[in-house]
Write a protein that binds this ligand. Structure first.
Ligand SMILES: [Zn+2]
Length: 498
């Protein structure tokens, strides 16, 4: 897909489909941009007839009489003007993209309307993300793939005075969207083709192309380093665990991001019910996001030092597997009694968090499909956020609003820590059903240095589309690639704040 950012009169733009954005109005829809009289005349009857209300994502293709114009004008509803957000812009343009694909448009022109308080570069980035992500398909394993019909050329039409800024925004949005697609690919892949070691090789391949280094710690090394959590969860599988440590050095402050990489979670000896167990290949979504984030940040050449840490394991039952009642000792010397081997994510994250703390970064953020309890609390509409720092939590929440990956903060009051007290070890790995998402976060908090701002993001409800979740225009079924745009935005705003 080729992207062009141009400044020209909309009448002169050559494209199969030209998008015209409109808002819902009390009487009739209101055109969201300044249009040349000739185009206005062509589309006026379709608006006046009344069938098209400009509801968010509503698309009406109309074919102009004048042969000198675009083949098709695609009226696109942005919904209610008062409720406009960058996410609404993304949703709407995602539907326009799908319509263009359905109609077989080879090229598409999209004017970037002036929509305060948002800037033209922000709108440009949102439109491009929506297009790029709406066309994503996971086709690797199909023997026959229908010829892709999505537009090959996208022309974004912007005002002359913002053209250079919009061009930069488009370039950056393309980098980030490509990274999101990589995250979707990794999470969508079956575990048989992505055991821990293969995931490490993949990270190294991405790093070689995009510009970050990768170090892989294997079983012996992990044992020597006291990473009892990763070792004990991984030892049940014939595919041994690894710790993937990626580093991009663009100068500036150090940030550490950690992604849970359980390539498949059967639950281990505390085996899960078989229904929907196939979805447990998505238990590597945190890892997918971290590898993809490394790619995005390196290609954006952000002036930060970013450490990406992925504990990668396969949680299977076997004669060597971790058992309930076992006691595990972690990197920082603390111990935990195992109640359920299905609460394995926190065990591997514990070592990774302790390891990250030793590097004294400015902040540590972990992404994990950690608890079903988080899905019960927030459904599929927000990821759970837990933090020891109000400042970090608020910065992440703001990024989430901007990119349409909402976060909702849950408390970490000390009373919750009572629930994970053990009779025989420093703690136990589950604290019962009440507040299960919070007691998981409380467990993790034992492994960070409390002087370092830390945030844990539970993406169990948002990492893949579940049966109950409505399909969004630019998020097709399967892995969503959540966390990449969120953390890229967060790091960009950290750089801006200085
Ligand atoms: Zn589990």
């Amino acid at each position: 897909m080729k992207i062009e950012v141009i400044s020209t009169n909309l009448e002169d733009v050559k494209a199969d489909s030209v998008v015209i954005q409109l808002f819902e109005g009390a009487e009739a829809p209101e055109i969201a941009l300044t249009l040349p009289e000739s185009i206005r005349k062509e589309i006026a009857p379709s608006i006046e007839i009344g069938g098209f209300k400009a509801k968010l994502g509503q698309v009406l293709p109309i074919y102009p009489k004048s042969v000198n114009m675009a083949r098709c004008f695609m009226l696109l509803g942005l919904g209610n003007k008062q409720e406009l957000s960058l996410e609404a812009v993304r949703q709407a343009h995602g539907y326009a993209a799908l319509k263009a694909e359905e109609m077989g448009s080879k090229s598409m022109a999209i004017p970037i309307p002036n929509l305060p308080p948002y800037t033209a570069p922000e709108i440009t980035a949102s439109v491009l993300e929506a297009l790029s992500l709406a066309f994503y398909r996971f086709n690797k394993y199909r023997s026959k793939v229908e010829d892709s019909k999505h537009p090959e050329l996208i022309r974004l039409v912007v005002d002359f005075d913002v053209r250079v800024m919009c061009d930069t925004a488009a370039h950056e949005a393309t980098i980030v969207s490509e990274a999101v697609k990589l995250a979707r690919d990794i999470a969508n892949m079956p575990s048989s083709d992505l055991p821990p070691k293969r995931m490490a090789e993949m990270a190294a391949e991405v790093g070689r192309i995009s510009g970050f280094s990768t170090k892989v710690l294997e079983m012996e090394e992990l044992e020597r380093m006291g990473m009892g959590g990763i070792v004990s969860v991984g030892k049940g599988s014939s595919n041994p665990p690894v710790l993937i440590v990626m580093e991009y050095d663009g100068g500036g402050e150090t940030y550490a991001v950690i992604g849970k990489g359980v390539v498949f979670d059967s639950g281990g000896i505390s085996i899960k019910p078989s229904e929907k167990m196939e979805e447990m290949k998505y238990d590597k979504s945190g890892a997918a996001a971290v590898i993809a984030l490394m790619k995005a940040v390196a290609e954006l050449k952000l002036p930060v030092r970013l450490i990406g840490i992925v504990p990668a394991v396969e949680n299977l039952p076997s004669g060597r597997a971790l058992k309930p009642g076992d006691i595990v000792r972690f990197r920082n010397g603390k111990t935990a009694e195992i109640i359920s081997t299905d609460a394995e994510g926190r065990l591997i994250l514990a070592d990774a968090l302790a390891y990250a703390s030793e590097m004294r970064p400015k902040a540590i953020i972990d992404l994990a499909t950690l608890t079903g309890a988080c899905v019960i609390a927030l459904g599929t509409h927000a990821s759970g956020l837990f933090s020891n720092s109000d400042e970090l939590a608020n910065a992440l929440i703001n990024s989430g609003e901007r990119v349409g990956e909402r976060l909702w903060r849950l408390p970490l009051w000390k009373e919750y820590f009572e629930q994970i007290k053990s009779e025989v070890a420093d703690m136990k790995n589950v604290g019962g059903r009440p507040a299960g998402a919070i007691t998981a976060a409380a467990f993790l908090m034992n492994f960070i240095d409390n002087h370092i701002p830390w945030a844990h993001i539970d993406i169990a409800g948002t990492a893949w589309t579940q049966e109950s979740s409505p399909e969004k225009s630019y998020i097709p079924r399967g892995a969503t690639g959540i966390g990449v745009r969120l953390l890229a935005d967060f790091l960009k705003s950290e750089v801006k704040r200085g």
